[in-house]
Design a protein around this ligand. Sequence first.
Ligand code: ADP
Ligand code: MG
Length: 197
Amino acid sequence: MSADKIVQRKAFRSLRQNLSQEEIANLSLAIEQQFKVFKKQLRLKKVALYWPFDQEVDAKLLIPELWQDQIETYLPRLRPDQSLEFALYSADTRCQANRFGIPEPKDPAKLASLETLDLLLIPLLAFDLQGHRLGMGAGFYDRTLSKIATHPKRALFLGLAYEIQKADSLCTDPWDIRLDAVMTEKHIYYFNEQGPL
Ligand code: ADP
Ligand code: MG
């Protein structure tokens, strides 16, 4: 792993740490408003989200409106191979904290085959306008997304971020998987020529 990535990770982590709980709540709410409009453009059946950690955009806010539209929501669980699997999260799902203290749906849980997800909402520390993503440094999403990256009907890879997480240019490694788009409180950035769909 490049030393530059470590430097960038530190800088963007501290930017995010400096947000107050009130700022996070307001920015997450603005993202939720954008998402409300955005989701109508897609025919969604299965959406993977995440339980926010370390001041990430609060993706949990999106869950009630997805349920209202009869869209299934899935949350990540850590797998022994250091990738993620996505378990159904519904109103009666019980959760249990993983080794990072992040709640995960408990067994018995219905798992989604990765290639059947329509939309994957992905947390990040920083992104750039090439669709590069800097994560917390464990590579969980790279390992997971690499399994379906070339699948013709795979989910849209949508990062959720604050504007302050936009970088001029990020260092990358060969295993990094690019995002298709990033939604912030102000914009939706698309990185592929074919646009939103
Ligand atoms: P992040 O994406 O969280 O910012 P990195 O891209 O630096 O973190 O990846 C962290 C580690 O995960 C790297 O050291 C790399 O070896 C490992 N990794 C990433 N993707 C894969 C993969 N597809 N297979 C095996 N290891 C991977
Ligand atoms: Mg990476």
